[in-house]
Ligand binder design. Structure first.
Ligand code: ADP
Ligand code: MG
Length: 645
């Protein structure tokens, strides 16, 4: 139980300069994509370059094959090529599972759409299982891909690479970022920093030969995720003003829509042959669907021909761009709301956006380009390569960290407000949504009742005014606070979000004890690192939506709760007075005061449980009466004592 007593010297520090290290070796930038990954490095010409893989390709499929019987691991194109032969052991799009619980509805949805097995591990996290029954985590798969990207760089640069900057979708939560960092650790690659993909793309755009300034929207539509961010580029400072998106919306969803269309038409043409349970057939159809989708970006129609998909079942059909656009329109429309919200969160109007950058393979689809152009009211820029911008930006960030590139600074933002529970179930945010990270903030709180020797710090994330509507992400207790009157101890609560978006919270007793006190100079503090946030993107979205819908209601409820909390404290004071003076009061008076406190307690209970919202005026009136009656009774005792009765 802690009460917000004073807000003292709340520090709001935005780290404006990164400490440059002396440039010793190359720090590579890796775009660890859901579908494709890329690696880049800033060369001696001070320009970022994408490094080609063994096949001479600039992107590498994020696909891993695990062969248990001969301990063979394939990564990249060779893995993708043999997906058909070994669907149970070919793991693709596993980034969608990273840092997620098995029970997560998004994971449950994926289970129905992939040919490999997803299982819960001991902690209940989503894991993958090979056909031989071996479990492997999505982080480990990520590690194998990072290792491959490092090999590509090491062989191209003829130097053993040990450090990298890795990108993640802006909407990744804390545990997904942690899991990504872990991926590197598992293969001995030191991930110096994880940065948001759209931020990386803007870096690549802004650090081009001619430095650019202004407000930029990055629209990143990849294989598995959709992100939109709005950044301010000024004097070499890249500040993310807002981000939004959906980590479960991407090209794969388009492939699945087309896949279902193909399955349905096969059923139609063959009098009911259902291929949907045939993993091999589904995998072939899925590849054909993706191929057709890509063709439709440049052609008006695409042919889908797969002979002998099973026994004597053949697929032979044509799909037009218009048909494809129509069947995927519900998916395309899903980008509209996040874009609008992002612009609003950045406190801008569409017309304030100077440039729109398209990133991710799906932005090659003409309908998507058209929707984006209509949404922003301007044609998107063609200055960045949608497949390479993210890796190039990561390489620039790597070069900033190594000290090779100077005068560029990156600022990122938090997706949800962070705060703690204060007296009466009220959420007190310390770090508001869309604050630039890294950030550190401290606020002083105090105790709510006399003699309280411990405070329970409950950390929440969300936008609602009452903690019960937000998400509890961690809690701990600061004990051994010396007994004292309520409101005197000074408990400093500090929140820190580091540059990777990882949260830590600490509480310490900062009461200035006199030098003869046994507590003088004795540090008393506790801290936790929040590693189990597990807020999925859809939860984040839902929270923001709910907070907007409930804004007025929340304001009102907050008023009721504040009155209830105040009533609580006054009732406690009165009850203490009753303990101290009750025996000396006249019985009738004592009972009257007691009746008043009971009445108010019931009113508070009604408000807290939502049974009845008593008018604050009535509550204040009751409180006044209670206090008045108590004071009168105490006055009488004093008068009696003076008269010597
Ligand atoms: P990620 O960032 O998720 O790794 P990418 O940015 O590489 O993904 O985008 C991959 C997605 O883009 C895939 O779904 C792929 O089918 C799709 N894609 C690639 N090229 C095209 C194209 N020319 N037209 C339409 N979709 C494309
Ligand atoms: Mg991408």
């Amino acid at each position: 139980m802690i009460k917000n007593a004073t807000i003292r010297g709340a520090r709001h520090s935005i780290q404006r300069a990164l400490v440059p290290r002396r440039y010793k070796h190359n720090v590579i930038g890796i775009d660890l994509g859901t579908t494709n990954s890329a690696v880049a490095v800033v060369g001696s010409d001070n320009e970022p370059h994408v490094l080609e893989n063994d096949e001479g390709k600039r992107t590498t499929p994020s696909v891993v094959v695990l062969e248990d019987n001969n301990h063979k691991t394939l990564v990249g194109l060779p893995a993708k090529r043999q997906a058909l032969l070994n669907p149970r052991n070919t793991f693709f799009a596993t980034k969608r599972l990273i840092g997620r619980k098995f029970e997560d509805p998004e994971v449950q949805r994926d289970i129905r759409n992939v040919p490999y097995k997803i299982v819960p591990d001991k902690q209940g996290d989503a894991a993958l299982q090979t056909s031989a029954g071996r479990n492997i985590s999505p982080s480990e798969i990520g590690g194998l891909i990072l290792e491959k990207m490092r090999e590509i760089a090491s062989s191209q640069l003829k130097e053993q690479i040990t450090e990298a900057v890795v990108t993640v979708p802006a909407y990744f939560n804390d545990s997904q970022r942690q899991a990504t960092k872990n991926s590197g650790k598992l293969v001995g690659l030191n991930v110096l920093r994880v940065i948001n993909e759209p931020t990386a793309a803007a870096l690549a755009y802004g650090c081009d030969k001619t430095r650019k300034e202004g407000v930029v929207a990055v629209f990143d539509f990849g294989g598995g995720t959709f992100d939109v961010s709005i950044l301010d580029i000024e004097d070499g400072v890249f500040e993310v003003r807002a981000t939004n998106g959906n980590t479960h919306l991407g090209g794969e969803d388009f492939d699945i829509v087309l896949l279902h269309h193909i399955l349905a038409s096969v059923k139609n043409q063959t009098n009911g042959v259902d291929l949907s349970q045939d993993h091999l057939a589904v995998q072939r159809l899925r590849e054909a669907a993706e191929q057709a989708k890509i063709e439709l970006s440049t052609a008006d129609k695409a042919e889908i021909k797969i002979p002998f998909v099973r026994d004597n079942v053949h697929v032979d059909m044509t799909i037009t761009r218009d048909e494809f656009d129509a069947m995927t329109m519900p998916l395309i429309e899903k980008v509209i709301d996040p874009v609008k919200r992002c612009v609003r969160d950045a406190e801008l109007k569409m017309k304030d956006i100077d440039e729109v950058l398209l990133v991710g393979g799906m932005t090659r689809m003409p309908k998507i380009r058209q929707v984006v152009a209509e949404l922003f009211g301007k044609e998107p820029s063609t200055a960045v390569n949608p497949d390479e911008a993210v890796a190039l930006g990561a390489a620039i960030q790597g070069a900033i960290l190594s000290g090779q590139v100077k005068n560029v600074v990156l600022l990122d933002v938090t997706p949800l407000s962070l705060g703690i529970e204060t007296y009466g179930g009220i959420f007190s945010p310390l770090i508001p949504r869309n604050s630039a990270v890294p950030i550190k903030k401290e606020q002083i709180f105090s105790t709510a009742v006399d003699g309280q020797t411990g405070v329970e710090i409950r950390v929440y994330q969300g936008e609602r005014m009452l903690v019960k509507d937000n998400k509890l992400i961690g809690h701990f207790k600061l004990a051994n606070i010396p007994q004292g009157p309520k409101g005197t101890p000074q408990i400093a609560v500090e929140f820190e979000i580091d540059a990777d978006g990882i949260i830590s919270v600490s509480a310490s007793d900062k009461t200035p004890y006199p030098s003869d006190s046994p507590h003088y100079g004795k540090p008393n503090s506790v801290s936790i690192q929040v590693t189990e946030v597990g807020l999925s993107d859809s939860e984040v979205e839902k929270m923001i939506e709910e907070s907007e819908r409930n804004k007025n209601l929340d304001e009102e409820m907050r008023r009721y709760y504040e009155h209830a909390s105040r009533a609580d404290i006054l009732v406690k004071d009165t009850e203490i007075a009753l303990i101290q003076f009750g025996e000396q009061m006249e019985e009738a008076e004592r009972n009257e005061v007691k009746a008043e406190t009971d009445k108010i307690k019931r009113m508070v209970e009604d408000i807290r449980s939502g049974a009845k919202l008593h008018d604050p005026k009535l509550l204040t009136q009751a409180l006044n009466e209670m206090q008045q009656k108590c004071m009168n009774a105490i006055k009488k005792i004093a008068e009696k004592q003076q008269k010597g009765v």
